[in-house]
Design a protein around this ligand. Structure first.
Ligand code: DCP
Ligand code: MG
Ligand code: MN
Length: 342
């Protein structure tokens, strides 16, 4: 998917078994947050899905785009043995299963999870009784199962409707839209992502309405349960809210994310919050190749960069309000949200 303009592939494929095993291995790397290997596996799978003949040897595989020698060897191993030792090993490795357990705690990254392991913790109970936890981590452990259970599409819609209706009551010009995997058409989602906006209103006024009216109101009705820490460095403008919500007829807490967006930045925000993350990365890379810069606020040109690639200025805004125009300027044929899966 390094080329976001590439098309789809057919579902029936002579490499179906190989693809299945590699996808599982890729999901494992995604779980342990090994982004490089996750990307390498996803790219390899995308290449395999385009093949019309069965790839049986390492040599054959290595000749294909985006498949390096190591991945090629694994493809041969899968064809010869119908399995992948590396994948089997991960299922047996106790250290690995603890790492995966700890990475499931909301807000815990690889560094945190490994620190807990180094300190001798092995279970969630260990963490609760012996580790010094942030408020968000405490919630992440108390609602561990909740937050790690996929949300059926119909339930995502019901959570979204609560927000949409509450916002309409505050001001009927406000709009709330469900984003993320839901917008890509997924049958279930990890969380509920929503963009909140209103035509003709500045970001600071938008923030006041959302953070001082909507959020407190939704707390009072019992729908919102807790807010979880967002990293200030990733969101200096304070446009994000992370937390949990719960429907009146349920006891399951679901992860909910808000992104507050001024109307003029809607195009860039729609692209960002639709994802998926790998699609976003490839779009940003493409922008950089064209000497532009894409982020959740807009597409910029003439960004000056220093020797180490660090940006020296913001650059000149090229486009931010229209999703379609951003695709056009980047020379990427339009892709419907459902097609933005890498
Ligand atoms: N996003 C991104 N890079 C990240 C995290 C998120 O570009 N590191 C963007 C793309 C995602 C969107 O934000 O699609 C929403 O993030 P989520 O983590 O909620 O991911 P999804 O909604 O895509 O999947 P899930 O169903 O697991 O929530
Ligand atoms: Mg999501
Ligand atoms: Mn999210």
């Amino acid at each position: 998917c390094m080329d976001p303009s590439s098309g789809g592939y057919s579902a029936k494929n002579p490499n179906a078994r190989t693809i299945q095993v590699l996808e599982e291995m890729g999901r494992y790397y995604d779980q342990i947050q090994d982004q490089w290997r996750t990307l390498a596996y996803r790219k390899g799978v995308t290449t395999l899905k385009k093949q019309t003949v069965k790839i049986t040897t390492s040599k054959q595989a290595a000749a294909l785009p985006f498949i390096g020698q190591r991945l090629a060897d694994k493809i041969e191993e899968i064809v010869l043995t119908n399995r992948l030792r590396k994948l089997d090993n991960t299922k047996e490795d106790p250290l690995d299963s603890v790492l995966r357990l700890f990475l499931g705690v909301y807000g815990a990254g690889v560094v945190q999870a490994n620190n807990w392991i180094q300190a001798g913790h092995q279970t969630l109970d260990d963490l609760q009784t012996h580790a010094k936890l942030t408020e968000s981590q405490k919630v992440g452990i108390e609602h561990y199962t909740d937050f790690n259970t996929r949300i059926p599409r119909a339930e995502v819609e019901r959570h979204g409707a609560v927000v949409i209706n509450a916002l309409k009551k505050i001001d009927d010009k406000f709009q709330a839209t469900i984003m993320g995997s839901y917008r890509r058409g997924a049958k279930d989602s990890g969380d509920i992502d929503m963009i909140l906006t209103c035509p003709g209103i500045s970001l600071s006024t938008l923030r006041t309405v959302i953070f001082d009216s909507l959020v407190p109101h939704l707390y009072k009705t019992g729908f919102l349960k807790v807010s979880l820490a967002t990293s200030r460095s990733n969101d200096p403008a304070g446009t994000k809210w992370h937390g949990a919500s719960c429907l009146p007829d349920s006891t399951i807490w679901r992860r909910m994310d808000f992104l507050v967006v001024p109307e003029e930045e809607m195009g860039a925000a729609l692209i960002y919050f639709t994802g998926n993350d790998i699609f976003n990365r490839s779009m940003r890379l493409l922008a950089r190749k064209k000497h532009m810069r894409l982020n959740q606020r807009g597409l910029y040109k003439d960004t000056r960069r220093g020797r180490r690639g660090e940006k020296l200025n913001e650059g000149v805004l090229v486009e931010s309000s229209s999703e379609k125009k951003i695709f056009e300027v980047l020379g990427v044929p339009w892709r419907e949200p459902e097609e933005r899966i890498c």
